[in-house]
Unconditional design. Structure first.
Lengths: 432, 366
């Protein structure tokens, strides 16, 4: 968890890296925007803004080599990221002979697409596989099966050497601003490590890049010699963001980037992520359990339950017209900081079952309020529901999604007994 | 602690309809780098059967307040300063001998902690742990204590409690353990239940279960609730009155509707403005610039002044008291509500109203 990305290996200086093309930000007379995006044409009143824009221009120039441009054109037709049938299973080793005695189905067959420039959110409770999924996309954990197609190229089959240039384009911001920074490294090394691994061997260039990235995330350029313990939680998270951005990525996995922060600091970091998305045209995969943050921050959302996607759609589709009983319950469970909206909520029964022994059929059937209301149809136990399209862009994996309505929800809320919510079904979670 | 506290003359006991009366509570930690005033002059009252929430960010002193009430702090390094008083049910707790305090703890005041696994003993069955407490506090026979333990497990909705009572903490899920904690807390029918971040470690659907359970049970048993949390959403659903803490001090008090819908202290306003909501989508979120001040280097007068968008030179010179706002019984630690702040008050309230619909940058820092 603590290593900087990408993992160091033998450094190949011939790889295309930001260092190999002339650094346009070093030379102010050169037109840095051959793509015609011309962020410099916009007058930037604040020094901070203009610094980040210069940097953005530098990114555009650095990535504008011909080969890159061809790849980009091809990629524009394709979504930036396409995930097909992705699975990640972890073996459970135990017993006298240390043999595999079971399997954790952390991610168990997930398909989705992320368009260039959009923010795609993964939401779910702990153990639903959202973090494993995020890490599998970057091959920080090797997927068990399935394909990850990034920029038109299947990266799940690439060797570590082939992967390195791709890694530069996809980065990750970790949840824990304390655990994810090596306490024995100064900021210059924490951020510079990835640059070095990508072949930027010139110390001076690297230091400049590190300072630039610090400035972009709102930290002072002279912080490079400091160590992580000298920073507050919010500042550490900024360092984590600077580390990801130093490599000029196109795609950033944000794994619960604000969960460890206090509310007043959380909004600072969210604003920063919004600014960076705009300035550098980033595509985010935003992993969170906080539905309010997702609603504010994202374009599309996938709700995960026990390693599978239960429902996917735009923020509007999901928050206003949720059609999976789990999504409905999840939304109902958010405590809102507005006493006027005090509501009777739909309370789910029991806990999330173990991902080592997911229920048959629909994985949610053991806790499903809709199934109970419909008289416990057998189909939920015997047949696994597949994602199906309800309306354009809105998919749900429920056999009875058409029965989810405000009326059924309020009927269920009226009759539920909050004291009887401890377990899904009697004895269901009692360990043997 | 008692030695220094006793030298101070004790105030008069509160009237009978006040269950808990915390007066000018000051808790200091003596650490290597100096003294940390973790709780610095906190006062509030709680009536029987009512609920109050203490809300604040990490380091604001909310948990230390609860631990001081329970007298669970290690002394030293902690010290409860002279002049502090905690009246509970007609008696003053800080001057009470430890063995008498032990009887009150668990019996009259019970506490639920954030992480249930660390508060349960891993080598005893949960039924045994509840029964032990019942036996001690209610002076009943072993068999009756066991029966009461099962009764309280039933009360918190744990199915087949006879079998569950024989299980160990590790055999249960997080939500189930928190139910056990609640069962344990309620087994002696306390007059006051203190819950310190009871759902922070739980997933959102389990949090919903526990919050609904706490509400139902508080209604049924008629015990008072002191809820400590950083989550304004939990506050909104659970309590009637709110105390907002910042840097060891109370910065605002009022009813939950007052504090969350019409906050008056600039810190509370900023906090509520910074919550992401659907109305702020697409815009920037409001930001409270900077960070919480270090306890070794507190601002000279108002502690929120360096981060406050409305501060003026007065705020750096004069220490603000808790002042009456334009609402009855809503107090805010801010000079806006004194004669000196008259002109600025309207501006501040208007700016807040605007920030609630449109995201707004309160500070220069990103």
């Amino acid at each position: 968890m603590t290593e900087a990305l990408p993992p160091t290996g033998s450094v190949d200086a011939t790889r295309p890296a930001p260092a190999s093309s002339p650094d346009p930000t070093a030379d102010p007379t050169r037109d840095p925007t051959p793509e015609g995006e011309a962020p410099n044409a916009v007058p930037a009143p604040e020094a901070r803004r203009s610094a980040s824009q210069d940097w953005a221009a530098g990114v555009a120039a650095a990535t504008a080599s011909d080969a890159q441009r061809r790849a980009d054109n091809a990629a524009e037709i394709e979504p930036l990221l396409r995930v097909v049938g992705l699975k990640k299973h972890f073996p459970i080793i135990g017993g006298f002979l240390r043999r595999q005695i079971g399997t954790v189905f952390a991610v168990d067959g997930v398909d989705f697409e992320v368009q260039r420039g959009e923010t795609f959110a993964l939401v779910g409770e702990s153990g639903c596989g959202k973090t494993t999924l995020g890490r599998s996309l970057l091959r920080l954990t090797e997927p068990t099966a399935g394909k990850v197609i990034f920029g038109g190229r299947d990266i799940s089959a690439l060797s570590q050497d082939e992967l390195r240039p791709v890694r530069r384009r996809m980065q990750i911001i970790f949840q824990d601003p304390f655990g994810s920074l090596n306490p024995r490294m100064p900021v210059s090394d924490i951020i510079g490590e990835g640059l070095l691994a990508q072949g930027m061997k010139d110390r001076k260039k690297r230091d400049k890049k590190v300072e630039d990235s610090l400035e972009v995330v709102g930290l002072r350029r002279d912080y490079t010699r400091r160590y992580p313990h000298e920073f507050s939680g919010g500042q550490r998270q900024r360092i984590g963001i600077a580390r990801a951005l130093a490599l000029d990525p196109e795609f950033v996995v944000c794994d619960e980037p604000v969960s460890a922060l206090d509310v007043s600091i959380q909004s600072q970091v969210l604003n920063l992520l919004v600014d960076l998305r705009r300035d550098f045209n980033l595509t985010y995969l935003f992993i969170s359990h906080n539905l309010s943050v997702i609603q504010y921050f994202s374009d599309r959302v996938a709700v995960m339950y026990l390693g599978k996607i239960a429902e996917v759609g735009t923020v509007e589709q999901l928050y206003e017209n949720a059609r999976h009983p789990y999504t409905v319950a999840l939304l109902s469970a958010i405590p809102e900081a507005d006493p006027r909206r005090k509501k009777k909520r739909l309370v789910l029964k029991g806990d999330v079952p173990s991902p080592a022994a997911p229920p048959t059929g629909c994985r949610f059937h053991t806790r499903c309020w809709l199934r109970e209301k419909l008289g416990n149809p057998e189909r939920c136990v015997t047949e696994e529901p597949q994602l199906r399209v309800l309306e354009s862009g809105h998919q749900t994996a429920c056999h009875f999604a058409e029965d989810v309505s405000d009326r059924t929800v309020s009927q269920v809320v009226q009759t539920q007994d909050v004291l009887a919510t401890a377990v899904a079904a009697e004895g269901a979670d009692v360990p043997a | 602690m008692t030695a220094t506290a006793e030298r101070h003359a004790l105030g008069a006991p509160p009237p009978d309809d006040i269950l808990l009366d915390v007066r000018n509570l000051r808790t200091v930690f003596h650490v290597m780098d100096g003294d940390v005033p973790a709780v610095d002059g906190v006062s509030f009252q709680l009536r029987p059967g009512r609920s109050i929430g203490i809300v604040g960010e990490s380091g604001s002193g909310k948990s230390v307040t609860a631990l001081t009430i329970m007298r669970l702090l290690d002394i030293p390094p902690a010290e409860v300063m002279p002049g502090s008083e905690i009246w509970f049910d007609g008696t003053e707790l800080l001057r009470m001998p430890m063995d008498a305090m032990r009887k009150i703890r668990g019996n009259d005041i019970a506490m639920i902690f954030q992480e249930p696994l660390t508060s349960l003993n891993p080598v005893f069955t949960i039924g045994g742990q509840i029964a032990e407490q019942v036996e001690l506090h209610l002076k009943v026979k072993k068999k009756e204590a066991w029966e009461r333990a099962i009764e309280s497990l039933k009360l918190v909705g744990i199915p087949s409690p006879e079998r569950r009572a024989k299980q160990y903490p590790h055999e249960m899920s997080g939500g189930m353990r928190q139910r056990v904690m609640i069962a344990m807390a309620l087994s002696c029918e306390p007059k006051l239940l203190i819950a310190d971040e009871p759902t922070t470690a739980l997933d959102v659907t389990i949090q919903a279960q526990i919050l609904e359970l706490l509400k139902t049970i508080q209604d049924r048993t008629d015990s008072a609730l002191l809820l400590i949390t950083h989550d304004l959403g939990v506050i909104a659903e659970m309590v009637e009155d709110v105390v907002v803490m910042y840097s060891g001090q109370v910065v605002e008090t009022g009813t939950v509707d007052q504090v969350l819908l019409e906050p008056r202290a600039p810190y509370t306003m900023g906090l509520i403005e910074s919550i992401p909501t659907v109305d702020k989508r697409g815009g920037r979120l409001s930001v409270i610039k900077g960070t919480v001040p270090s306890p070794f280097n507190l601002p000279p007068a108002c502690r929120f002044e360096p981060r406050c968008p409305y501060a003026w030179d007065h705020c750096r010179k004069v220490v603000p008291d808790l002042f009456q706002t334009d609402h009855p019984n809503q107090l805010a630690r801010c000079h806006l509500y004194t004669a000196a702040g008259v002109g600025r008050r309207e501006q501040a309230l208007e700016a807040h109203a605007q920030a609630m619909t449109v995201g707004r940058d309160l500070g220069g820092q990103r």
